[in-house]
Design a protein around this ligand. Structure first.
Ligand SMILES: Cc1cc2nc3c(=O)[nH]c(=O)nc-3n(C[C@H](O)[C@H](O)[C@H](O)COP(=O)(O)OP(=O)(O)OC[C@H]3O[C@@H](n4cnc5c(N)ncnc54)[C@H](O)[C@@H]3O)c2cc1C
Length: 428
């Protein structure tokens, strides 16, 4: 066995204070290890902030799915499409798309779904454990209503989910159709003609969850460096000996890179490439006359609504347009228009949105071309680990990623559940 962590050399340094880094730091500290977190801005300020907060088992789907490439190509030049691809003259982007396409076979989709579902198995128990330990996760489990305008689409989705659920979560036997469908949630409009409820699915307030994890770290004695950008590492004999940031070096016994869409740059300084693209998504908050009481999935338009912090957060879209945080207002309008089909006419003119909505936000979901995260040791370095690429599922998978990765760092043994998330799979 290769020793992963040497506590005589210094703490475990976690780079990135998003949900993945915070959860990893939490479980390492809970095991009694010295930990420091290095975050270039503030804790929870990246993709972990304005997301929809779902903690769910029924959306364990990797994004590359059969038919997705045809769907993406149809979106070219159409900024109102749920999946929007803006071709970039960048060889790395083209290579990423090629691998994405190769991962969208039915067999790869099923393998990916099964791997995420297996990892996800412990999720709600871990959230319960966090709460029992005094972390205010804000988790509630109102269930998720999947709402559709067309019965055929709902039946297709329901059949696929029933097959993939495979006993992991309770799926209703049938779809509710016709005038009854919208009654599954009081916020839905009568235009919703088919819907089903997956009970027990959860939601958190992501900002509050990150804040609570930060407070728990402080209580555990974890040193948190905010506004501190990691710029590289010092290495010796296949081990990382220190993290370099603008303020100086932090000696370390092990390092975990959980820097979201910026992870590839740090990994490059360890001689490794990581084919990661940002899948940009948008959200905003609005006070509706009738707020949803469940999390809502708007099937045909792939948009969502969540009850968060006493208001409704609406979000969606997947935009592949490079690793940047540029907010395209047309995409906010597209999400709002999509939601109106399911929630009723909550605004008349898109020009009114600017006065109606709060916190328009864009975030980059870290995406690897096969849609699965990497949670593994960094090749060539005994004490360096990477945890990123969680795509649409970082909040859901945060605790289970942190828990398993902490075990790996401390024992040097890769837990079986992490095998599908190995780094070297990305070499092919
Ligand atoms: C619209 C939208 C809705 C979503 N809804 C859901 C949902 O309902 N449920 C769900 O599970 N997931 C959801 N997601 C996905 C989820 O938000 C992400 O998977 C998750 O936040 C990724 O967390 P992370 O910690 O990997 O990245 P981040 O939250 O981006 O954290 C990375 C951190 O690293 C820091 N950093 C970067 N570089 C450096 C450096 N060099 N030095 C120091 N620090 C650095 C960044 O500042 C950042 O804070 C959604 C995403 C979007 C965009």
């Amino acid at each position: 066995m290769t020793q992963a962590f040497d506590d005589r050399a210094g703490p475990v340094v976690v780079v990135g204070g998003g949900v993945i880094g915070l959860c990893t730091a939490y479980y390492l500290a809970a095991a009694g290890v010295a930990v420091e977190v290095v975050e270039r801005r503030g804790l929870g300020s990246g993709a972990s902030r304005g997301n929809a907060g779902w903690v769910c088992l029924s959306h364990s789907t990797p994004v590359p799915a059969p038919g997705i490439v045809r769907y993406a190509l149809r979106s070219l030049g159409r900024p109102d499409s749920p999946l929007y691809l803006r071709p970039l003259p960048d060889p790395a982007f083209v290579r990423w798309l090629w691998r994405f396409w190769r991962s969208s076979t039915p067999a790869a989709f099923r393998r990916g779904y099964a791997a995420i579902a297996e990892l996800n198995r412990g999720t709600f128990d871990l959230f319960d454990g966090l709460r029992a330990a005094g972390v205010d996760t804000t988790l509630t489990r109102p269930g998720m209503v999947h709402a559709f305008l067309s019965e055929a689409e709902a039946r297709h989705h329901h059949a696929l989910q029933r097959e993939m659920a495979d006993g992991h979560y309770p799926m209703p036997a049938d779809v509710t159709t016709g005038p009854e469908a919208h009654l599954l949630d009081g916020a839905l409009s009568p235009r919703v003609r088919a819907a089903y409820l997956v009970e027990g699915e959860g939601v958190v307030d992501p900002e509050a969850f990150a804040r609570a994890l930060g407070e728990a770290l402080a209580a555990q004695g974890v040193k948190v460096h905010e506004n501190a950008e990691a710029i590289g590492f010092r290495t010796a004999g296949g081990r990382v000996t220190a993290l370099r940031n603008a303020q100086g070096d932090i000696p370390c016994g092990a390092v975990v890179i959980a820097a979201g869409t910026r992870s590839p740059g740090l990994l490059r300084s360890l001689g490794q490439t990581l084919p990661l693209q940002a899948g940009k998504g948008y959200s905003f908050s609005v006070d509706l006359d009738q707020a949803p009481s469940h999390t809502l999935y708007f099937g045909e338009r792939r948009a969502v609504a969540s009850p968060i912090g006493g208001t409704t957060r609406i979000g969606g879209t997947m935009e592949l347009s490079g690793n940047n945080n540029r907010l395209d207002w047309r995409r906010i309008v597209a999400v709002a228009l999509a939601s109106r089909q399911y929630l009723g006419r909550w605004f008349d003119d898109p020009d009114d949105l600017v006065g109606l909505i709060r916190d328009p936000w864009v975030g980059g979901r870290p995406f690897l071309p096969d849609g699965l995260p990497v949670i593994d040791r960094v090749p060539g370095h005994d004490n360096a680990f990477a945890a990123t690429g969680h795509g649409m599922l970082g909040v859901t998978l945060g605790p289970v990623t942190g828990h398993r990765l902490a075990e790996y760092v401390l024992t040097g043994h890769r837990p079986g559940a992490l095998t599908p998330f190995r780094y070297d799979r990305l070499r092919h």
